[in-house]
Design a protein around this ligand. Structure first.
Ligand code: OOG
Ligand code: MG
Length: 255
C-alpha cells in the first residue's frame, strides 16, 4: 500500500466514523497534487461502498471564507449522493464531528464542461440554478488545517442541501443572501462575493477538475462555494438560507 492510499484510508475512516484526527501533514508532508490524489482515493473508497458521484464543490471562492479559515487558494472537492441531505430534512449531530453550515449557490449542468471555458460557455452548459446550504465537517481536530490537509479531506465536504431549481437565465451577479438560525439572521452576503460572479466559480471548477483528468458531467451539480463565513451547527436549530430571486432552502438539526 502506498502512503497516499494509507492517508486516504485514514481520512475516509475519520469521515465514515465521524471522528476527529490530527492533521495528516503533521507527520507526513505531501504536495498539493498528492493531496488531490489522496482525495480521489478516499472518494473511490466511498464509491466502492456503493455511493455515486453527483458533482463537485468549490471552496474558498469568497474572501469571507478564506479569512475565516486562513486558506487563500481556491480548492475543489467531490460530491457523492451519500452527502445529499433532503430539503426540509433533519440531520443528527451524532453523524458529524463538529459540523458547520454555510449558504451557497448550486448549478445543475445540462452539458459537460471541460478545461478552459469562458463564462458564456459555462452559462450555456447550465440547466438550472438553486440556493443551497453546505454542511462542512473538517475531520481535523479543532477544524484547523493547511491547504494540503483540507484538500486531502475532500474540502471538508459532509453534506449539501439544494433548494428549488430556477431557470439558468436568472441574473446571479449580485443577489442578497441571508442565512438564519431559528429565523434569526446569522450571516448576510452577496453572490458577488463568489470570485466577483458565481459563474467564475463554475469556470474555475471546469479548469481545476480538468487538471485532475476529470470533466464536469451533464446532470452533475456544482456548488459554487460559500459567500459568507460558516456557522457552527447546534442541536435543535432550524437552518434556512434565502437567496434573492432563488428562494429558500432549509433543514433542521435533531434536538
Ligand atoms: C473548507 C471548505 C470551504 C467553501 O464554500 O468555501 C468551502 C472549510 O471551510 O472547511 O466549502
Ligand atoms: Mg462550501
Amino acid at each position: 500500500m502506498t502512503d497516499l492510499q494509507k492517508l486516504a484510508g485514514i481520512v475516509d475512516a475519520a469521515a465514515h466514523d465521524a471522528r476527529a484526527i490530527a492533521q495528516l501533514s503533521a507527520t507526513a508532508p505531501f504536495t498539493l497534487d498528492e493531496a488531490y490524489a489522496i482525495q480521489r482515493v478516499s472518494i473511490d473508497r466511498r464509491i466502492a461502498r456503493g455511493e455515486r458521484r453527483v458533482g463537485v464543490k468549490m471552496g474558498f471562492t469568497s474572501r469571507a471564507k478564506a479569512v475565516q479559515m486562513g486558506v487563500h487558494d481556491v480548492i475543489w472537492g467531490r460530491l457523492t449522493d451519500g452527502m445529499l441531505v433532503d430539503e426540509g430534512g433533519t440531520i443528527n449531530l451524532a453523524n458529524y464531528v463538529h459540523p458547520r453550515v454555510e449558504p451557497e449557490i448550486a448549478f445543475l449542468l445540462k452539458a459537460p464542461l471541460e478545461g478552459r471555458v469562458t463564462a458564456m460557455q459555462a452559462l450555456a452548459a447550465v440547466e438550472s440554478v438553486a440556493c443551497a446550504l453546505e454542511i462542512i465537517d473538517s475531520r481535523y481536530e479543532n477544524f484547523r488545517f493547511s491547504l494540503e490537509d483540507v484538500v486531502a479531506d475532500n474540502a471538508s465536504s459532509s453534506g449539501f442541501v439544494v433548494g428549488p431549481w430556477r431557470p439558468a437565465d436568472t441574473d446571479l451577479s449580485n443577489l442578497g443572501i441571508v442565512m438564519s438560525f431559528d429565523g434569526r439572521p446569522v450571516q448576510i452576503g452577496s453572490s458577488a462575493a463568489l470570485l466577483g460572479h458565481p459563474l467564475r466559480s463554475l469556470v474555475a471548477a471546469a479548469r481545476m477538475a480538468a487538471a485532475a483528468g476529470e470533466r464536469l458531467e451533464a446532470g452533475s451539480i456544482v456548488m459554487a462555494g460559500a459567500a459568507t463565513a460558516a456557522e457552527p451547527l447546534r442541536a435543535g436549530v432550524y437552518v434556512e438560507a434565502e437567496v434573492q430571486h432563488l428562494g429558500r432552502v432549509a433543514f433542521s438539526v435533531l434536538p
